[in-house]
Design a protein around this ligand. Structure first.
Ligand SMILES: [Zn+2]
Length: 261
């Protein structure tokens, strides 16, 4: 990837961290579990890529989830106490010392576990994110690779889209858990019923694609974006894929098509 494009991918991740952290607010908002996961994942990706380049992807080339990024950081620093930066001592009073900003990796790890069960539609998970976790997420911003929260330019549309996507994720996860794997697979098998009956119209339709939410070939595609991302609604799990929800894939595909990856 070219240097300038690497910067844009980093910018993209920083912006996603900022938008989702701001949307998460005090942790007691709709879609909190998913907002937290997206904010944390993107924040950690930006930091890990800056500190340990090339280690954000797993052996199969996929970007690592938050849980694996936290494990990686612990292995690198050999502790749960992660000093993301040290603020210099103020000139006064004369005995002032530099202040380390420390993030507890165990707190973030526990929060990932707690919010994961909500994100997978299981009862008993945390629907709100505790304040100490929200603070740990915000403290990541002290790291040089982020430093975006204080002057982030985030408009209301971005915040609304992030919240809508998080609420949609939590809704569908609960629905998938309700109907179960067998019923999901049965519905996925019938997805082509949603295509036009007329053979020619059917041939001309955008067809069926892979649903990013349930993993079945059941996404009834309404249209395809410039760099190949498919927009539509899943016949099996009801998940709606919007332009906002595929912005990341579309962005990566754009970089690839320009030969930078
Ligand atoms: Zn689906």
């Amino acid at each position: 990837m070219a240097e300038d494009e690497l910067t844009s991918l980093a910018d993209h991740r920083r912006q996603r961290y900022a938008v989702h952290t701001v949307a998460l607010d005090d942790g007691a908002v709709p879609g909190a579990a998913s907002l937290f996961d997206t904010a944390l994942t993107n924040g950690l990706l930006a930091i890990v890529e800056a500190e340990w380049p090339g280690e954000t992807a797993n052996a199969r080339g996929f970007t690592k989830p938050a849980s694996q990024l936290l494990t990686l950081i612990r292995d690198k620093i050999g502790s749960n106490r992660w000093i993301v930066t040290t603020l210099p001592a103020m000139p006064f009073p004369p005995d002032d010392r530099p202040t380390p900003i420390e993030v507890d990796l165990a707190v973030l790890e526990q929060a990932v576990t707690d919010t994961q069960s909500v994100r997978h539609g299981k009862a008993g998970g945390a629907t709100t994110v505790p304040l100490d976790v929200v603070r740990a997420l915000q403290e990541l911003d002290f790291h040089d690779a982020l430093s975006v929260l204080s002057d982030a330019r985030i408009d209301q549309v971005e915040l609304a889209e992030a919240t809508a996507a998080a609420v949609e994720y939590d809704r569908v996860a609960t629905y998938i858990e309700l109907i179960g794997d067998e019923e999901l697979a049965r519905r996925a098998d019938q997805a082509s019923d949603a295509l036009p009956f007329d053979p020619k119209e059917r041939h001309d339709s955008a067809g069926i694609g892979l649903c990013p939410m349930c993993g079945h070939e059941a996404l009834v595609i309404s249209h395809v974006l410039e760099y190949g991302s498919e927009i539509g609604t899943c016949f099996a799990c009801s998940h709606t894929v919007t332009e906002a929800s595929v912005s990341e894939e579309e962005f990566s595909a754009m970089l690839r098509s320009h030969g930078h990856e």
